[in-house]
Design a protein around this ligand. Structure first.
Ligand code: HEC
Length: 109
């Protein structure tokens, strides 16, 4: 039993180390932003534009998206108006949270 507990503790510690190593700056928010940025580039930028806006299309400027994480997560999971595709089956809760960190970091003042 004690051995199992030790293994469990070590596993958790190791996972924490791996996550911290993701983050070159030692700032967990920055790690989320960086991860969100790469997810955005592969999953979102072809519609929303590399810079969060794609003028001349119906996609909204994401830099102007309100400071409303719940609305963001809901739309990204479920899609919108059959134009914005749903991502709930493709992206994890964490990945969507990281996308939010990235979008929020680019919000227009
Ligand atoms: C196939 C093109 C396409 C892709 C890919 C796409 N979107 Fe969209 N997205 C749209 C369109 C079109 C709208 C506008 C929908 C509307 O308002 O009718 C939209 C709207 C949105 C909105 C605004 C929702 C609101 O509540 O007003 C957010 C936020 C958003 N997209 C985020 C994302 C994110 C994050 C990704 C990547 C995971 C992504 N989109 C991928 C086309 C796309």
């Amino acid at each position: 039993m004690a051995i199992l507990a030790t293994v469990a503790v070590l596993t958790v510690a190791l996972a924490a180390t791996v996550r911290a190593a993701d983050d070159a700056t030692g700032n967990p928010l920055q790690a989320q932003i960086d991860h969100g940025k790469s997810t955005y580039a592969s999953k979102c930028s072809h519609c929303h534009g590399p810079n969060m806006m794609n003028s001349g299309t119906i996609t909204p400027d994401l830099r102007a998206f309100p400071d409303d994480k719940t609305r963001f997560v809901t739309t990204v999971k479920n899609g919108k108006n059959n134009k914005m595709p749903p991502w709930g089956d493709i992206l994890s809760e964490d990945e969507i949270g990281d996308l939010w960190a990235f979008v929020a970091s680019r919000r227009k003042p």
